[in-house]
Design a binder for this molecule. Sequence first.
Ligand SMILES: CC(C)(COP(=O)(O)OP(=O)(O)OC[C@H]1O[C@@H](n2cnc3c(N)ncnc32)[C@H](O)[C@@H]1OP(=O)(O)O)[C@@H](O)C(=O)NCCC(=O)NCCS
Length: 189
Amino acid sequence: MRLSSLIRRFEDALAKAAGRRPLSAEERRIERLRALGVKIGQGCLIYTDGFSTEPYLIEIGDHVGIAKGTEFVTHEPALWLVRDRYPNAQVFGRIVVGSNTFIGINCVILPNTTIGRGCIVGAATVVRGLVPDDSVAYGNPARVIRGKAAFLAQQLLRDRNRLDARSLSAAERMRLLLAHFGLPPPESP
Ligand SMILES: CC(C)(COP(=O)(O)OP(=O)(O)OC[C@H]1O[C@@H](n2cnc3c(N)ncnc32)[C@H](O)[C@@H]1OP(=O)(O)O)[C@@H](O)C(=O)NCCC(=O)NCCS
């Protein structure tokens, strides 16, 4: 058994003994990232460990969702080209993400970037600079559409594929989705 699994089991046992619920994998990740120096607000859901070599330059607000594969980058590469003359020089940049923002899967957030409050960053987007509050940003280079994120959320509430499935178990969710899309159950192996 790996050391990390042993430590997790030990921590779970301690939590149980103290009458506390064991932390989920996501809660553990947030604790780990905070210990590395990332400032993370309350109620966040973070599915990536890609917080750069300078995690303490990154600040995440409250209730921020970050999908897997997303990478935060806090340093510039170009000094590599003059490394022989300036062996120690590096250039860094901070990253700030405002509250109630969602960053999709496989994004790259470059140094000196501020993503505002209530924004949506689409899948595989490369972001640099300022994304104002309530924007939807997508693509590479990112196209930023101001004043659209809250509207998009309202629109999705009326989407014909909107289902209240979040708190269901995996099996219940599958039953609901198969019925909704008119699909047969998967064949058992
Ligand atoms: C950006 C997003 C939120 C949708 O925004 P939207 O405003 O509804 O966008 P639309 O679907 O109306 O598309 C508008 C245009 O942007 C393009 N587009 C949408 N998302 C894009 C993306 N991620 N990258 C590049 N282009 C994208 C569409 O192809 C369309 O192009 P067109 O105008 O040339 O036809 C969505 O496409 C997305 O990327 N979601 C993230 C999904 C994700 O990562 N989920 C993780 C769950 S854990």
